[in-house]
Design a protein around this ligand. Structure first.
Ligand code: FES
Length: 152
């Protein structure tokens, strides 16, 4: 290889390397984007967001004053709605906080669990007798006209 040929070859390789490096150093082309949308639809709740589902339970006439009625919402959720007075409705997760039985209903002005005898207040869900030490889980309930809705 003579000097001119070597110089030419080295120069060509150097130029190729420079082009390769230049190509690698270029900023990537921005990906094609769609214009921003005014609304964002998501099925996942954002952190701190409270999500509720409205569930029509029935009518107010189904629950006698001083009693309660259970509504099975799903295999894992049964709701007990109580009516301590004519205009007061309360709803609770019917799963007893003692050992997980579904409470029986309202008996002698208390929510009763037939498994081990726990008794709860029908307005607050607080335990009043028996082995349960914590209150039944509260569920928001709304009266809309003649209908009862649970906000789950
Ligand atoms: S599960 Fe209700 S009293 Fe034990």
């Amino acid at each position: 290889m003579n000097l001119d040929r070597r110089t030419a070859l080295t120069g060509a390789l150097a130029a190729t390397g420079t082009l390769t490096l230049a190509a690698c150093a270029q900023e990537p082309e921005p990906a094609a984007t769609t214009p921003p949308s005014a609304t964002v639809e998501t099925s996942e709740p954002m952190a701190g967001e409270v999500v509720s589902n409205e569930q029509l339970l029935g009518t107010v006439d189904e629950i006698m004053i001083g009693s309660g009625k259970k509504f099975e919402i799903s295999g894992s959720l049964t709701i007990l709605v109580t009516r301590p007075t004519a205009d007061v409705f309360r709803a609770f997760n019917a799963t007893c906080t003692h050992a997980g039985c579904i409470v029986t209903g309202v008996k002698d002005d208390q929510i009763a669990c037939g498994c081990h005898g726990a008794r709860f207040n029908p307005e607050s869900g607080e335990p009043e007798a028996g082995p349960a030490k914590s209150a039944l889980g509260k569920i928001l309930v709304e009266v809309r006209g003649a209908d009862l809705y649970a906000l789950i």
